[in-house]
Write a protein that binds this ligand. Sequence first.
Ligand code: SF4
Length: 406
Amino acid sequence: MIELTARDNTHPVSVGGVMIGGGNQVVVQSMTDTDTADIPATVAQVKLLADAGSEIVRITVNNAAAAAAVPEVSKRLAHLGCNVPLVGDFHFIGHRLLRDYPELASTLAKFRINPGNVGRGVRHDENFTQFIEIARELGTPVRIGVNAGSLDPDVMADKMDENSRLPEPLNSEQVENKALVESALSSAEAALDIGLTDNQIIISCKVSRLPQMVAVYRELSSKSDFALHLGLTEAGMGQKGVVATTAALSTLLEQGIGDTIRASLTPEVGGDRSKEVRLCQDILQAVGLRRFRPAVTACPGCGRTTSTLFRELAQDIQTHIDAKLPEWQSRHAGSEALQVAVMGCVVNGPGESRAANIGISLPGAGEDPRAPVFVDGERIKFLSGPNIATDFIDMVENYVETTYNG
Ligand code: SF4
């Protein structure tokens, strides 16, 4: 894995050995949607997510059955060789579950608490304190995860009162933003007072709209040095969820904000939960923060190449790379940096192909398919005939074999 850049002005936090913040690479995480008490299903989905590249996996701990199941889930995962750090997602009764199930508390690598869901008034403070004290005793990090959908009503009421006294009151979204940041940072200060360290606290403030999310995280980032967990909550299904998540996370990451990310996609019925992991990886790769797999540069095609040959070639190359990725990752360290170009005609084809590690530039429509292949900027041969795709794939394989053999 190539580590390019990372935000280095936040306190580093170790989550089961995975470092978040403090200049470490931005970490990909995900969350299961199984009933945690269903041990086989939870084990299978955590393994699925971890195998897809999730470096931390969060699981729901919402009742006694889930709390009792977590140690067994962890043991079975270890038996399968899967040691991904598990995070417990707690609301309402987390303080009690952690107290009543000590093995749960000691198994988890991080606890998530939502300050809007730990009770009201005195109860809030007692429950919060009990939760944080357990984290302090165990040395376990905590994410203080505020969410617009469950914002602490007391904090929101205070902010509304404050706002009403201003000569020029803010609009309701601006007030909510202030309340979200205030809830997160005042909770973090309270956790520090109870005895957590800066290196045990991660903050998130999740909302479901991109402009609001960007505004809130900019404010958070300017006001604190805690490691930040980014996520556009309830991003939705299909292309809408992918686009909204990509736009939101990439905007903040590009500004150096964010230490760990999660994509809150809604899978189709029977869909693949691990798509959220792939999306996080693709976002980090697209913004240049990490590399996970070789990149294929392919033009969209236009009237100069009505042939489907280049599309089939681009598709064959992508399919080949996806299939070979696990092998390349284990045998050819550094191959994730490979850049392949598959281009449709001479307008941009030679230039893009030269810029790639290995590229092919088809000649466009109505011409003999005699295509130059460029390796590390040099045109080294022409491919032609019906086997262009397989010949080019062989050349890509040869490039990987000879270049990434350390
Ligand atoms: S490279 Fe050629 S075929 Fe591809 S989009 Fe550009 S002009 Fe069209």
